[in-house]
Design a protein around this ligand. Structure first.
Ligand code: TYM
Length: 331
């Protein structure tokens, strides 16, 4: 079975609908006929300032959410990145294979360091994409299901894989990004030109673990566009188009069907129905997550099992890498 791998940062108390529709839903779908490795990227989470106690809590919350969403620990290895030392070890080798200028071109560093200024950003934030390349290449996956914002990191990953393979010996598989066009970028409900994100948060970000009534309220107060026609048009009607995208993804109805269904109806009708749909989705999800969080022994056991499987794969890859780079035999 082809392998899939992906990761998510535990940088908030909850995942949001951008994470879910852009990536996590594909994780759940792909686990059926692939060999899946899914991890919580806590090493990435310390590239910006963080609270240690919160990080530990959020890591377990992330695991609970993945399970509540339907990731099956008997099919997928669910693990915590920091528990597999090979991620950091391979990242070092790849750091030494990456040009400074090449790393500089990564747009996420530019965006994330803009606020505090480049000089104040950590070197970890700068080499973040190279750690991500290591995360991926260690497991030799065929596909990496992510949202649009990760595309550039996937390109760097492929470049580094190719470089290593040609400089030393064929070691890595060149992974394909798995990005679903329709939901690759979910926008903030208030700032309709920004993608929904953990760091913006606020009333334009719908968290999966919000009180359902709070999520419904956010949907009902989403910014919409002038005019009154319900039609998908990303340029002219970004607000409505985003709501249609979310509606279509959650209901399974095509956008065309929804446009027909809402012909002659107002924005309020669409928002009301979408709010109901969201409530129907998050209510059981939230209950299941909270239940799982009450059983820390189970969560820890799942992560332990995931780390065992992942660790064996990572170890084998790193052994090849170290040998090919010219390090002496392991002690
Ligand atoms: P992270 O934690 O920011 O987001 C997790 C996943 O959610 C997707 N996503 C979105 N998709 C559509 N619309 C949005 N508004 C939206 N917001 C987030 C992201 O694209 C991502 O797929 N660098 C990664 C974590 C990572 C990783 C990896 C991923 C570390 N190592 C190796 C894949 C493979 C990140 O910060 O994702």
């Amino acid at each position: 079975r082809p392998r899939v791998l992906s990761g998510i940062q535990p940088t908030a108390d909850s995942f949001h609908f951008g994470n879910y529709l852009g990536a996590l839903r594909q994780w759940v779908d792909l686990q059926r006929d692939h060999q899946p490795f899914f991890f919580i990227a806590d090493l990435h989470a310390i590239t910006v300032e963080h609270d240690p106690k919160l990080l530990r809590e959020r890591t377990l919350r992330a695991a609970a959410q993945l399970l509540a969403m339907g990731i099956d620990p008997n099919r997928a290895s669910i693990f915590v990145q920091s528990q597999i030392p090979e991620h950091a070890q391979l990242a070092w080798v790849l750091n030494c294979l990456t040009g400074f200028g090449e790393a500089r071109r990564m747009t996420q560093f530019k965006d994330k360091s803009a606020k505090q200024g480049e000089g104040a950003a950590s070197v970890g934030l700068f080499t973040y994409p190279i750690l991500q390349a290591a995360d991926i290449l260690l497991y030799r996956p065929h596909f990496v299901p992510v949202g649009e914002d990760q595309r550039q990191h996937l390109e760097l990953t492929r470049d580094l894989a190719q470089r290593f393979n040609s400089r030393y010996k064929k070691t890595f598989r060149l992974p394909e990004p798995y990005i679903l066009k329709s939901t690759a970028k979910i926008y903030d409900l208030q700032l309709v030109d920004k993608q929904m994100s953990k760091s913006i948060g606020g009333s334009g970000c719908v968290w999966l673990l919000d009180e359902p009534s709070a999520s419904a309220k956010k949907i009902r107060s989403a910014v919409t566009d002038s005019g009154s026609e319900i039609r998908y048009d990303a340029e002219e009607k970004p607000g409505i188009s985003n709501l249609l995208t979310i509606y279509s993804a959650l209901s399974g109805e095509s956008i065309a069907t929804l446009e027909e269904q809402y012909a002659g109806k107002g924005y309020g009708a669409l928002k009301g129905d979408l709010a109901d749909l969201v409530v129907t989705f998050v209510t059981p999800f939230r209950e299941r997550t909270l239940e799982l969080l009450d059983d820390q022994a189970y969560l820890t056991a799942v992560l332990q099992q995931g780390a065992d499987t992942a660790g064996a794969v990572a170890e084998a890859t790193l052994r090849d890498v170290y040998q090919r780079v010219g390090f002496v035999a392991p002690r």
